[in-house]
Design a protein around this ligand. Structure first.
Ligand code: COA
Length: 260
């Protein structure tokens, strides 16, 4: 349990709210655990017809907690890591997943959107996947899903250069269904979720199953996780996390003579 994920069921719409606004909703292990528990439980709960993912405050989420990345890299973390369970719950969910995104969606904040079935963006949304800038690699099956969705050229640039994509481009590229004014984000996302909730649940989930193959996604997630875990331990990653903690840009060129 964590106070940083708020859960509420309103008329069959289960809303999962990332609620750590002072840290820009950066996702901790406990938050992944709470999200995974809720999405897994929704699978067998007839009272849940749609899952709505949202964030409190001025941004959707700044992605994985970088301090936790650094702690894992230093070998200072014990116990179960819930992120893989969270990714699995997304990939296997038969319930429609709807996302409401304002401000930045960094890293897993953007890659989780590839598993959502309807994505509503506020006009100030900025999507980015700066894994390489952190000396890491894409996750959440995004190395498969992103190029499929937006084409190799755009996907490679998003991953390798890490620059943010604005709401208009995200819509044009097929990363989202709607762009709405920020003050309408919640109502528009809920209205869409409510429309989905009224549709026949069996046909909705079977359609999703025909469109998304969880086994293919899980195989990609596994392959990525192995590489991700290996990259976390590199000197490149140590430099990236130290730079974040010291609020300075990383200097990867100085590592040129050390093993990657
Ligand atoms: N992990 C841990 N803490 C984070 C975080 C993250 N991913 N993102 C933001 N925070 C924390 C900051 O350290 C800061 O904490 P402090 O107030 O104790 O110093 C607080 O949240 C506010 O962040 P700040 O950077 O001041 O906000 P901003 O609006 O200027 O910038 C971002 C927002 C998202 C652009 C910036 O915080 C950022 O780049 N975060 C890292 C994103 C990232 O690389 N995520 C991992 C992707 S794989």
């Amino acid at each position: 349990m964590t106070e940083h994920i708020k859960i509420a069921n309103d008329g069959g719409i289960l809303s999962l709210t990332m609620a750590r606004p002072d840290k820009k909703n950066a996702l901790t292990n406990a938050m992944y655990g709470a999200l995974a528990d809720a999405i897994e439980a929704a699978e067998t709960d007839p009272a849940v017809r749609v899952v709505l993912i949202r964030g409190e405050g001025d941004m959707f989420t700044a992605g994985n907690d970088v301090g936790e990345f650094a702690a894992i890299a230093a070998g200072n973390v014990q116990g179960e890591r819930h992120v893989s369970r969270f990714l699995q719950s997304l990939a296997r969910s038969s319930r429609p997943l709807v996302a409401a995104v304002q401000g930045r969606a960094v890293g897993i904040g953007t890659t989780m959107l590839l598993h959502c079935d309807l994505v509503v963006l506020a006009d100030n949304a900025l999507l980015s996947t700066p894994f390489v800038s952190l000396a890491l690699v894409p996750e959440a099956a995004s190395s498969l899903l992103m190029p499929l969705r937006i084409g190799y050229a755009r996907a490679y640039e998003m991953f390798a250069l890490g620059e943010a994509v604005d709401a208009g481009s995200a819509l044009a590229w097929g990363l989202a269904n709607r762009v709405v004014p920020l003050d309408k984000l919640d109502s528009e996302a809920r209205a869409l979720a409510a429309r989905l909730a009224k549709q026949p649940a069996g046909a909705v989930s079977t359609t999703k199953r025909l469109m998304r193959n969880p086994e293919v996604l899980m195989a990609q997630i596994l392959a990525e996780s192995e590489q991700f875990a290996a990259r976390l331990k590199t000197v490149e990653a140590r430099e990236a996390f130290t730079a974040f903690a010291e609020r300075r840009p990383p200097d990867f060129l100085k590592l040129a003579k050390q093993p990657a």
